[in-house]
Design a protein. Structure first.
Length: 207
């Protein structure tokens, strides 16, 4: 069963360009006086680079040692200093309460069973300051997509594990709109939309 560490070991950076929404998100962060950002599931560092170049203080954690190794080298090439942590999102985050002004997470938090997804969201709440911002994306289950080709096995309501394909063995939770509002109830969700990459994206403010 492959995992993201195997994927990064085989393919390297995988993602090099920032998410298409990030320019707008960075402008919003500046308007809201955001200074310190966490990239939850930072992968090989594309958004660490992006936000560092915009003048933000950025932290990142990921469960893949290979991803962090690549990210560290990439940051060094750009002369950017970012605190990186090898960490799994279903464990308590290695940061103090109310430490961050914003959290971003691109295509990460859905890779778990629902109990662990909820734990991750609670940890995001804990480490964010009051009125802190989130920008989070995840897939949504739809007909005639690549997911049908992955032979998805349902393991709980809304959660499936591909039996083949590039993400074989990795849990995928597919949020429904009503569920999003329920699990992110501690946030004022200002946007719930389908983004330019054809994934669901949410923008919210901690209540």
């Amino acid at each position: 069963m492959p995992g993201w560490n195997d994927i990064f070991s085989e393919k390297g950076k995988v993602f090099t360009e920032p998410h298409p929404e990030m320019e707008r998100v960075a402008r919003l962060f500046k308007e809201r006086n955001v200074k310190v950002i966490l990239d939850l599931g930072c992968g090989t560092g594309r958004h660490l680079i992006f936000f560092s170049q915009k003048g933000f203080t950025v932290y990142g954690f990921d469960a893949s040692p290979k991803a962090l190794e690549i990210a560290g080298k990439w940051l060094a090439e750009r002369c950017k200093e970012v605190e990186l942590n090898h960490h799994r999102m279903e464990n308590k985050f290695p940061y103090k309460n109310c430490f961050f002004d914003a959290v971003i997470s691109i295509q990460v938090i859905h890779h778990n069973l629902m109990k662990d997804v909820i734990f991750t969201i609670k940890e995001i709440e804990r480490i964010l300051k009051p009125n802190g911002l989130i920008f989070i994306t995840f897939p949504y289950k739809k007909r005639a997509t690549r997911f049908q080709q992955w032979n998805l096995k349902k393991v709980e309501k809304g959660t499936y594990i591909p039996q083949k394909g590039p993400e074989e063995g990795l849990p995928h939770h597919f949020f429904k709109k009503r569920e999003i509002r329920k699990v992110f109830k501690s946030f004022d969700l200002q946007e719930i939309k389908i983004d330019e990459t054809n994934h669901r994206a949410i923008l919210g403010v901690k209540k």
